[in-house]
Design a protein around this ligand. Structure first.
Ligand SMILES: Cc1cc2nc3c(=O)[nH]c(=O)nc-3n(C[C@H](O)[C@H](O)[C@H](O)COP(=O)(O)O)c2cc1C
Length: 330
């Protein structure tokens, strides 16, 4: 069975890999992920806020923000919340490169153009095989238009593209009004692939303490459906690679994502829940499933259920919404 895939120009033994998460902070865990068969290792992100904080000096922050509203301080989270500072991140990248034979994908996470982007180059020098750029942004200002948000993000991609030769994946949220058009703009700016989608960690409200509670719930497979739809829609439109992240817990989830068009399948919650060896379980199940269903390769299956090739393309579009609502019976 040929499980191989090409993702961001990297030839991988199969599509399964751990997505960005703190698992990579521990070299032992990284080795266990490789032993479990991970096709690549995605590092957790180095955040814009971390780099900016360090660039401008912690002291300046403390003084500059004294007495400032808590909201303003939250733009620059306390350094202690980050597992690895910028230098330690690069050092960990070098260590992981030495420890494993599979490709290592570093991750930068931010939402504005600035000096922090030079870390793309430093990651390239430290040996990353590819870079995942997580453009996690929330458009909270009424004065910034959708066009301006997109232009800002495209500008970041273009700036990174100019500074590195590394394959570049862009990790996106699903909240764009015209995702296929935006995807094309990102490709034109130099993205070699898209990672769908960021999960938004939704704050809850504590009604007794009148506080906003931060919460991080691990995903469930129900979150995969949003990804399947957009993989299927984008599959025929983008020239580069597609990766899924969000809601992949077992081999059937991976099969669906690949059928919808994914070249790479990232898992985090399921590995945090069941441990690194779960990757091997999913890989073995995937191989068995393909065999039982008489596929010769992952490539043969990839995109077979995307918008252009599935038997009912309208199922991904508005027509499906109307049919589902009208078809409901109590
Ligand atoms: C504890 C934790 C830390 C994460 N850290 C990062 C990160 O640093 N950068 C990033 O792009 N995504 C990060 N993510 C998001 C994951 O990479 C992934 O996109 C998300 O969890 C959805 O995939 P899943 O359903 O397989 O968990 C993190 C997720 C978790 C649970």
């Amino acid at each position: 069975m040929d499980l191989s895939t090409t993702y961001l120009g990297l030839k991988l033994a199969h599509p399964l890999m751990p997505g960005a998460s703190p698992m990579v902070d521990n070299l032992d865990t990284v080795r266990r992920l490789e032993d479990a068969g991970a096709a690549a290792i995605v590092m957790h992100s180095l955040f814009e806020e971390q780099i900016t904080r360090e660039e401008q000096g912690a002291d300046r922050f403390v003084h500059g923000l004294e007495g400032a509203h808590a909201e303003a301080q939250s733009y620059f989270p306390d350094a202690s919340i980050f597992a690895l500072g910028p230098d330690a991140y690069l050092e960990q990248l070098r260590r992981i490169r030495e420890a494993v034979r599979v490709p290592v994908i570093a991750s930068l996470n931010g939402a504005t153009q600035g000096g922090w982007l030079r870390y793309a180059q430093l990651m390239e020098s430290a040996g990353a095989h590819a870079l995942e750029l997580n453009l996690y942004t929330l458009a909270t200002s009424p004065s910034e238009s959708a066009e301006a948000v997109e232009a800002r993000l495209v500008g970041i991609v273009a700036a990174v593209r100019k500074s590195v030769r590394l394959p570049l994946a862009v990790k996106l949220s699903p909240f764009f009004s015209a995702l296929p058009h935006f995807a094309r703009r990102l490709e034109e700016a130099g993205a070699d692939g898209l990672v769908l989608f960021n999960r938004f960690y939704q704050p809850d409200i504590d009604v007794e303490d009148l506080d906003v509670k931060r919460s991080l719930r691990l995903s469930t497979p129900s979150e995969l459906l949003l990804r399947l739809r957009w993989l299927a829609i984008l599959s025929g439109h983008v020239k580069g690679s597609l990766a899924v992240t969000g809601g992949v817990h077992d081999a059937l989830d991976a099969v669906k994502a690949i059928m919808a068009g994914a070249h790479a399948v990232q898992m985090v919650s399921s590995l945090l829940l069941h441990g690194p060896t779960h990757l091997r379980v999913v890989k073995d199940q995937l191989e068995r499933w393909l065999d039982e269903h008489e596929y010769l390769s992952v490539k043969q299956m990839r995109g077979s259920m995307d918008l252009e090739r599935c038997p009912d393309p309208l199922a991904y579009e508005r027509a499906n919404y109307v049919a589902i609502l009208q078809g409901w019976r109590p």
